[in-house]
Design a protein around this ligand. Structure first.
Ligand code: FAD
Ligand code: NAP
Length: 537
């Protein structure tokens, strides 16, 4: 089978890429390893899973009709609502007919002579395509740490991103959760309500800002519909792709303590991921950051009745925002329940999993079930899980052995006609991701149109332009508080992975301007070849 374009993944990125590619009149096929659409929101069915970008921002903007007809029910929508949304999009734009579900892309090899990609899938087929687009996701490759003895555990073990459709009945069960990142923090309050007893194995305490979630009433929905165009303008102007008025705020160090506390309280009461934006310098000035961090740690302590538990939760050793700030609902209060035990595995590390449960250096815990809220091999995991080979059979794994780099995060040299949506070097996860996805897909499909108009067959990145872009990405990251501690953001959660931030922190607005300018200047830094091959589909 031959296609103009093959797209890997049917999450937010794959669906929109298919829609736009079709709009160019090109033939396309999407391969999706799951049996439904939605990607993140298909796989992450753990209790409590929800978005922490507001619903009115975390949605497509490409279709006015879609935006006006869809009605969100909450400020921060749940996984079931988001999954419904992506199913609605797939049906509304008739996307399913070009998606092959339950089909994993295992290998993609660039055939230099034919100027085509040969794509092999888990069901034994090989198809060819002029262009290959990865929409495989920044957070889709699951990370389950290898803990000695895990294979002998007699109970059930499950990663949160593999929670089954239909859920799991936890009634009467002793449940252990490993991990207190965004996922663990969302899941723990819900698991605690269902399990007989919940043991939380925490290695690193985390900052948590209350979501202050709320249902959306008719008046709010009306206002959202009325203002959607204005919000879109703000999204484009903002550095993270959020549709808020950019507030004019002073630096924390410019105001007195009472004013500061008042502003932090107001930001706390508003809730959500914007807490640090109470002042302009929280993410750039260590002293301001320390003040904000202390405010949050004091709030955490105030929520937990047992002082020793409060200490374990609030003794945070990294600056606010160095890791992804977590948005929580009833997380800290959950530790006041009699059926919840916090186990500090920084002090007493996990040593092994036994047939009956889990052992740390300090004790043993009998468990019926172990939940791994242990995250993902972010940014590059899904790409490198496939065997992608560029010119001369160069494996992507080899090319990126010393660190991932791609020009604008879109194209990596020696892998012609291969585009990545939210790839390493783009703002990706440091943004309202769905808005970044739209920008990437628009740029890629505009580029495909440009190539068709100019009879160009092949696009690659100039290695020098790519190296310079990667240098800039690292330089900007080095100046920021973001990433100034270990986490999946730096790749430190994966053994042997090269560490460092691989996403562009210069702002989504600046990034968009750069991408647009490069395209307007004849795609500076990209190398095109004119059409010579007869191999067009
Ligand atoms: P995904 O949604 O990950 O989709 C990728 C798809 O590709 C998956 O369906 C996967 O099965 C498929 N795939 C991967 N490899 C292959 C292969 N080899 N063959 C075939 N198919 C393959 N972002 C925000 O901006 N705000 C949030 O609040 C937010 N919350 C999140 C909550 C969770 C629990 C997680 C895990 C992530 C969250 N994110 C959030 C990030 C989220 O991943 C993005 O917002 C967005 O959903 C990514 O869409 P995507 O299509 O790029 O990738
Ligand atoms: P994560 O942030 O990487 O957290 C993984 C957790 O597992 C950490 O607490 C980690 O501890 C722990 N862990 C891993 N291996 C361990 C081991 N061997 N022993 C003990 N603890 C171990 O993963 P995540 O929570 O799934 O979140 C990943 C990203 O997905 C988020 O940052 C966010 O981008 C996205 N997400 C968003 C939301 C949302 O609110 N919208 C919800 C879920 C996920 P250490 O910290 O000590 O390593």
């Amino acid at each position: 089978m031959e296609f103009d374009v093959v797209i890997i993944g049917a999450g937010a990125a794959g669906l929109y890429a298919l829609y736009r590619v079709r709009g160019l009149g090109l033939s396309a096929k999407v391969f999706e390893k799951g049996d439904g659409v939605g990607g993140t929101w298909y796989w992450n069915r753990y209790p409590g899973a929800r978005c922490d970008v507001e619903s009115w921002d975390y949605c497509y903007t490409f279709s006015e009709e879609l935006e006006l007809e869809w009605e969100w029910t909450e400020r921060f929508p749940t996984q079931p609502e988001l999954e419904r949304y992506f199913n609605h999009v797939a049906d509304r734009f008739d996307l399913r007919r070009d998606i092959e579900f339950d089909t994993r892309v295992d290998r993609a090899r660039f055939d230099d002579d034919q100027n085509r990609w040969l794509i092999s899938t888990s069901n034994g087929q090989t198809v060819s395509a002029r262009f290959l687009i990865s929409a495989a996701g920044c957070l889709s490759e699951v990370n389950t740490p290898r803990i000695e003895g895990a294979e002998n555990f007699e109970g059930r073990q499950i990663h949160t991103a593999r929670w089954p459709q239909g859920g799991i009945d936890l009634t009467g069960l002793q449940v252990g959760v490993i991990g207190t990142g965004s996922t663990g923090v969302q899941a723990i309050p819900q698991l605690a309500k269902q399990a007989e007893h919940l043991f939380v194995f925490q290695r690193t305490p985390q900052f948590g800002i209350p979501a202050q979630n709320r249902p959306l009433d008719d008046e709010t929905l009306e206002e959202l519909k009325h203002n959607y165009r204005e919000r879109w303008e703000f999204k484009r102007a903002s550095s993270t792709g959020m549709g808020r008025h950019p507030a004019e705020v002073p630096a924390a160090l410019e105001v007195d303590e009472a004013t500061r506390t008042q502003a932090f309280e107001a930001s706390w009461a508003r809730g959500g991921p914007g807490f640090a934006r109470a002042f302009s310098d929280v993410m750039t000035n260590a002293q301001s950051n320390q003040i904000a961090s202390q405010f949050v740690m004091d709030k955490i302590r105030g929520k937990v009745t047992d002082p020793a538990v409060a200490d374990s939760l609030a003794a945070i050793d990294h600056p606010l925002g160095a890791r992804r700030v977590i948005v929580e609902i009833d997380y800290f209060e959950t530790y006041n329940r009699p059926n919840v035990t916090l186990v500090d595995v920084a002090a007493d590390p996990i040593t092994e999993i036994t047939p009956q449960g889990l052992r740390t250096t300090a004790g043993s815990y009998d468990l019926d079930m172990i939940v791994y809220a242990t995250g993902f091999d972010g940014m590059t995991g899904a790409l490198l899980a496939m065997d992608i080979q560029g010119v001369g059979g160069l494996p992507l794994r080899d090319k990126w052995a010393d660190g991932a780099g791609a020009y604008l995060g879109l194209v990596t040299s020696e892998f012609p006609n291969f585009f990545m949506i939210t790839g390493p070097g783009s703002p990706a996860v440091y943004s309202n991701v769905i808005f970044s996805i739209e920008q990437h897909v628009d740029w890629i499909t505009d580029c495909l149109a440009h190539m068709a108009d100019h009879d160009l067959d092949r696009i690659d990145a100039d290695p020098d332009a790519e190296a310079e872009w990667t240098r800039q990405v690292h330089e900007i990251a080095a100046q920021s508080i973001i990433g100034k501690t270990d986490s999946w953001w730096t790749g430190s959660n994966i053994e042997g992975k090269r560490q460092g931030i691989t996403f562009y922190l210069g702002g989504t607005n600046t990034y968009r301007e750069i991408c647009d300018e490069i395209a307007a200047n004849g795609y500076e830094g990209f190398v095109f070849s004119e059409s010579t091959s007869p191999a067009r589909a």
